[in-house]
Design a protein around this ligand. Sequence first.
Ligand code: SF4
Ligand code: SF4
Length: 181
Amino acid sequence: MDSKRKKTKIVKEIKVDTSKCVGCRACEIACSAFHAVPKFSSVNTARSRIMVVMDEFRDIFVPIRAGDYAQAECNGRNRYVIDGKEYDACTFCPASCPSRDAFKEPDSGLPLKCDMCESVPPLEKPMCVDACTFGALTYEEREEEGAEEEKPGDMEIVFEALVKKHGKKKVMDTFARLSKS
Ligand code: SF4
Ligand code: SF4
C-alpha cells in the first residue's frame, strides 16, 4: 500500500434552499417515523431531528437539523436580520441545550441529534430529503482529505446527558440494578 496516499473521508451534506420550503413539515414527519422504535411504528414530530422554523406572517420557512448537544447555555447569542426583519436570538440554532425545549425527547428530555439516517443497509438518501417533494432539501456526498472522525453515537450522547443530569454514580447504580433484573 502507498503510505504517502492521503486519507479521505466521505462528507455528507444536506443543502437547504429556504426559498423552496413551503412549511409542509413532511421532513419532520418522515424523520420522526424513521427514528421511532420500532421503525415507522409511530409519528411524533416532537421527536424529529429536523425542525422547520416558520413564521407565515413573515413568509419564512427554515428547516434546521439537530446538531450537537450543548451542556451549557451559551453566554453569547446571535441576532439575525434577514431582509430587514430581525429574528430572536436562538431561532436558527441547531443545538439541544438546557435553555430551550428544541431537539429533546418529549418524555425524557434527552437530547436528539441528526444522524443522517445512518442505517443498515444504508439509505440512498436521508428520510427528510426523500420526503421533501418541493426540492428544498438536497443530499450530496463528497470526498474530502482527512481521516474519518469517530462520531459519538446515540448511546454516547444520551449517556453523557444522563450523567450530566443525575451524576455518574446514580447512573451507574441504576444501570447495575436494571441489568440484574
Ligand atoms: S418537507 Fe421540504 S418543503 Fe416541506 S417543510 Fe420540510 S423542507 Fe420545507
Ligand atoms: S437526515 Fe435523517 S436524522 Fe437527520 S434530520 Fe433528516 S431524517 Fe432526521
